[in-house]
Design a protein around this ligand. Structure first.
Ligand code: PXP
Length: 246
């Protein structure tokens, strides 16, 4: 087996905020989750501050940036508001994504070819602030070249079609990612990958030599529920028994 350079895991903690917001209080805190994933060996934390603030809020991003020793990847739409926040916070990295109000999650890659001068200006502002800029795109040669042409440092390959599409197309979708990663590296871009990755779908992506970071959220938070439930149920049952002298 070829020994590849290490690959970073950036854990997206958006859905910890989703749970917190469901009750309107402070628990569970995405800031505490960010600390915990770093203690567990993650290499970074990703948060997506959406225009509608449906999960992560401004204070969460600020606190993670200030209080947690991590490589913060600030996922954001390339709007004036978000660019201003990023330029003030100066996270080590940001990832520009398309954003629609009605979507449940990011639905596809950014169309860099159609995006025009505004996207290029946003990339330049962020780069000037010292932020490593990646753009979330499909594994498409023209999109990759366009991302390099507007000055991005990295791309994040959209792995959703590979990971969540029909099983009989998985191999072909993986081949697209492999080719995209090679093309991007050929353009001098760093290659990240993300969306829909799980214990099952991550390993083939992690075996792509050019991919240096995976960003994973929903599966990790969901799997944690099942891995964690037995522990917390045992503890609560113990507390009940104790309180009743058993
Ligand atoms: N990368 C990007 C650009 C995303 O928008 C998302 C979803 O927020 C992810 C990675 C993580 O995807 P998932 O939650 O499916 O792991």
């Amino acid at each position: 087996m070829t020994l590849l350079p290490p690959m970073r895991l950036s854990v997206n903690v958006d859905h910890v905020a989703t749970l917190r917001n469901a009750r309107g209080g402070h628990f569970p805190s995405p800031v505490d989750a960010a600390r915990l994933v770093m203690q567990a060996g993650a290499d970074g934390v990703t948060v997506h501050l959406r225009e509608d603030r449906r999960h992560i809020r401004d204070e969460d991003v600020r606190r993670i940036a200030r209080e947690v020793e991590t490589r913060l990847n600030f996922e954001m739409a390339a709007t004036d508001e978000m660019v201003a926040i990023a330029c003030e916070l100066k996270p080590p990295a940001c990832c520009l994504v398309p954003e629609k109000r009605q979507e449940l999650t990011t639905e596809g890659g950014l169309d860099v070819l159609k995006a025009g001068a505004d996207l290029k200006a946003a990339v330049a502002k962020l780069a000037d602030a010292g932020v490593e800029v990646s753009i979330f795109i499909e594994a498409d040669a023209r999109q990759i070249e366009a991302a390099a042409a507007i000055g991005a440092h990295a791309i994040e390959l959209h792995t959703g079609t590979y990971a969540e599409g029909p099983l009989d197309q998985r191999e072909a979708q993986l081949a697209r990612l492999v080719a995209g990663a090679k093309a991007a590296a050929g353009c001098g871009l760093k290659v990240h990958a993300g969306h829909g990755l799980s214990f099952e779908t991550l390993p083939p992506v992690a075996a792509i030599p050019e991919v240096v970071e995976a960003s994973i959220g929903h599966f990790l938070i969901s799997a944690s529920v099942f891995e964690g439930l037995p522990t917390v149920v045992r503890r609560m049952k113990g507390l009940i028994n104790n309180a009743r002298g058993h």
